[in-house]
Design a protein around this ligand. Structure first.
Ligand code: THU
Length: 135
């Protein structure tokens, strides 16, 4: 049973801690491991723009460093009237982490939301299965 309200609260709280002085677009993410732990992340920007870290990947890094690699759900919280789904790079990172769990996208400033899952976000995904070798 996924406590979506708690996961939304964690993503919104993470968003408050974003470091986004350049875009001023704050993103928070909260990922739930299969064993019930919540790991949060926010975007962390850099004056060298290409080094900006997305909230989703910061949350994944925290989870993996705490020994979690299987997940049950993800909430991504942005802001503004239009709800946003994870960028392409984050989708590819999420594909790496089994199973293809549900994803909810919300904004802090409107009721608009997206309910989806990792498989839908990244169809025809390239994953480790293509790299497996019999020899
Ligand atoms: N951003 C995320 O944190 N996650 C996404 O999936 C899309 C974009 C951040 C990166 C950057 O700090 C800001 O949003 C504007 O692109």
């Amino acid at each position: 049973m996924i406590d979506w309200d708690a996961l939304e609260a964690a993503a919104l709280d993470a968003r408050d801690r974003a470091y986004a002085p350049y875009s001023r677009y704050r993103v928070g993410a909260a990922i739930l491991s299969e064993d019930g732990r919540v790991y949060a992340g926010a975007n962390i920007e850099n004056a060298s723009y290409g080094l900006c870290l997305c909230a989703e990947r910061v949350a994944v890094a925290a989870a993996v460093m705490d020994g979690r690699t299987r997940f049950a759900a993800l909430v991504v919280a942005t802001e503004g009237p239009r709800v946003a789904a994870p960028c392409g790079a984050c989708r590819q990172v999420l594909v790496e982490l089994p199973p293809r769990f549900p994803v909810r996208c919300i904004t802090a400033t409107s009721d608009e939301r997206i309910e989806t899952d990792v498989a839908s976000l990244q169809p025809h995904a390239f994953d480790g299965g293509f790299l497996a070798s019999d020899d």
